[in-house]
Design a protein around this ligand. Sequence first.
Ligand SMILES: Nc1ncnc2c1ncn2[C@@H]1O[C@H](COP(=O)(O)OP(=O)(O)OP(=O)(O)O)[C@@H](O)[C@H]1O
Length: 304
Amino acid sequence: MIASILHGRWPLPASWRLTAGQVPTTPSSGSSCTGIQVRDLWVERQGRTLVDRANLDLEPGNVHALVGPNGAGKSTLLSVLAGETRQNHGQVTWSGRPLDDWCPNALARCRAVLPQEAVVTFPLTAWEVAKMGRLPHRTPEQDTPIVHECLKRAGVLHLSGRDYRSLSGGERQRVQMARVMAQVYETGPQRPGVLLLDEPTSALDVRHQLRLMELLRTDAARGRAILVVLHDLNLAAAFADRITILEGGRVADSGAPRDVLVPATIRRVWGVDCVVETDTHTQCPWVRLRYGASKPHCELESLP
Ligand SMILES: Nc1ncnc2c1ncn2[C@@H]1O[C@H](COP(=O)(O)OP(=O)(O)OP(=O)(O)O)[C@@H](O)[C@H]1O
């Protein structure tokens, strides 16, 4: 995968491709963590099954999109992978080691989590929020240039001195993205890090959505494993190597975008009509919802 991007075989526009010189070389003080394997994961809360025997593989160098209707269990699955929610059954392994065996500090140095909502009630500046990503590292001498670069990459360096609480929703989301990138900054080809991102584009305008997805592709090419929850199927189709569809806690399908984004599955899972075309520029699948289709979508509520 990385090789195909470096050698220009990835079907995205040329301006998005990497050169070998962009690979970071900074040594890390953290432990190395690579792929994640999820096997037969089952999560139950208050008598409800939220994740039902899910299997998932997250590989270094890949952007893996997790999609599915509201309430499908995406955030629950992501928080189990993050080590923030415990499963009832099943196993999550990081680099072949059960998640429970990982020391929390080592985990925090190589994986970063972007929650759907991050509430900050203290009067912190955007800079201070982004710098929180450096807490697990204890490398104060390196923090300033790293936080500076991450805020710049997220396009919010100019907001550094602003009170985080005064920022717009999209600005806050980009500052949180800077925090996440700062947390896994040192990871690279020898020490692939993991990003677990829950709807990182939900508050972004279309330009910033594209910028963010380009950043994720760049990070994946540096060896990171990225799990990203998305509602926009076309963003997933254009930027993900693999898509897993979750439906009612179960994996409905998982595979390459063109294999899983098919009208029959989309209709069954989301209850909407669509046609799936191929984007002539990227050769990626393009999901076109059929507005005003013969059956009003409100009547599709009764679909399973
Ligand atoms: N602690 C809990 N107790 C009971 N039900 C819960 C609990 N946490 C989550 N749920 C329910 O589990 C289901 C899955 O929630 P989750 O947040 O994982 O969905 P999601 O796929 O991320 O949805 P969305 O796309 O709306 O963010 C929802 O129906 C939610 O109401």
